[in-house]
Design a protein around this ligand. Structure first.
Ligand code: KG4
Ligand code: ZN
Length: 372
């Protein structure tokens, strides 16, 4: 690892999913600009992300977000030392737009370029605060996003051991699916959190998939438990015939052309009852995630736990993990938990510092794993 100057400035792009983002970060830790153009409204009409719509929207948004990020940097391009972009994991068409734009920008200006793993980037959001000391190794990272759920041990920059991961749904995906079942809309994470805040504690309890002796996770059984609760409730209330509440499975909707908004009407459920279910679901998820992260830190003598990914925005998870952990917790501010490009620049900084650089032939890797 060489010492890059703390003036070393990286322009980074992120387009792996439904946010078009550009950022400028100095010294791997100081955010100069962090611009995010969200496509949330566009996809919420379909109850999930439509990959083709995402790619097209990235193409439209990339130039404005890059211009906005550079406008915040005194000297503009002349002050940029390197360019980075997410090259996986994510939606292949979406990834391609940002990766190719970043390569073109770097090539045109003769700047070094590096492709960044989106999961690694989420973890490096915890380095983005020059006023506080960065995490010291070894650390445990709990990465919880719409596409991934994993526990990793980091012994050094770039040195990852995956301790466990989900065997079925990612936790964010479970939030999104359960919100859909409950008629709470998309994205499901914030919707469930807000509904749960209105519930009274101690009402309903939903199962926890502990998968004992393992750091793996499973959330599909919990999702099914919610579905059964809704069906039983509807039968009891005899308001609607009992049938599954949603046609679309999974987080992404296959791109039928042109995509149609779902025709399934949200179940007319009592909001107070929905709040109870949302609360019980969130408690189950938070209990399992916190228990396993704390145990992993204990077993591996970690000096800290990093909470990363979109679900790290969940206030209940943040507070419960902080309450239970025996070591300091690093939780980025909410704007740096959900997809952004500042975290990509932070991860890129430590890759460049390790003497790494990508070639122009670098392609997208939609199923890229951590540690590759
Ligand atoms: O990391 P991210 O922005 O995108 C991916 O890389 O997947 O994560 C998006 C996920 C979505 O599933 C969303 O529902 C979830 O993060 N999320 C939350 C909250 N805010 C976003 N989940 C629970 N509570 C939240 N407050
Ligand atoms: Zn993400």
């Amino acid at each position: 690892m060489r010492d890059l100057p703390n003036t070393y400035t990286i322009l980074a792009l992120e387009t792996s999913c439904d946010e078009t983002a550009a950022a400028v970060v100095r010294g791997g830790r100081e955010v100069i600009a962090n611009i995010v153009a969200s496509q949330m409204d566009m996809h919420s009409r379909y109850g999930g992300i439509v990959p083709e719509v995402a790619s097209r929207q990235h193409i439209l948004s990339l130039t404005p977000v890059v211009e906005a990020a550079l406008a915040a940097l005194p000297g503009g391009w002349s002050a940029v030392d390197a360019v980075a972009a997410t090259h996986g994991p994510g939606l292949s068409g979406a990834l391609l737009t940002g990766l190719n734009a970043a390569k073109a920008l770097a090539w045109q200006r003769g700047l070094p370029f590096i492709g960044v793993n989106h999961l690694e980037a989420h973890i490096y959001a915890s380095w983005l605060d020059p006023r506080s000391a960065p995490p010291t190794f070894p650390v445990i990272a709990l990465v919880v996003s719409g596409g991934h759920t994993l526990l990793a041990l980091l012994r050094d920059h770039g040195d990852y051991t995956i301790l466990g991961q989900t065997r079925d749904d990612a936790v964010g995906e479970a939030f999104d699916k359960v919100a859909r079942i409950l008629g709470l809309g998309y994205p499901g994470g914030p919707a469930i959190q807000h509904a749960a805040e209105k519930a009274q504690a101690g009402g309903m309890v939903l199962p926890r998939a502990w998968l004992r002796e393992s750091f793996d996770f499973s959330f599909s059984g919990l999702k099914t438990a919610v579905l059964h609760k809704v069906q039983e409730h509807q039968e009891r209330e005899a308001r609607l015939p009992a049938k599954p509440a949603g046609k679309h499975k999974g987080r992404t909707v296959p791109p039928a052309t042109p995509p149609e908004p779902p025709k399934v009407a949200p179940a007319p459920l009592d909001p107070r009852w929905v709040a109870q279910v949302a609360y019980a679901f969130q408690e189950s998820v938070v209990d399992v995630l916190s228990t396993k992260a704390v145990e992993a830190a204990r077993q591996h003598g970690a000096s800290a736990i990093i909470l990363a990914g979109g679900v790290a925005a969940n206030t209940r998870l943040r507070s419960e993990l902080s309450r239970r952990a025996e070591v300091p917790i690093f939780v980025p501010p909410i704007a740096l938990c959900t997809d952004n490009a500042a975290m990509v620049a932070a991860a890129a900084f430590y890759r460049f510092a390790a003497g790494m650089q990508s070639g122009w032939e670098l392609d997208v890797t939609p199923n890229l794993r951590l540690g590759m």
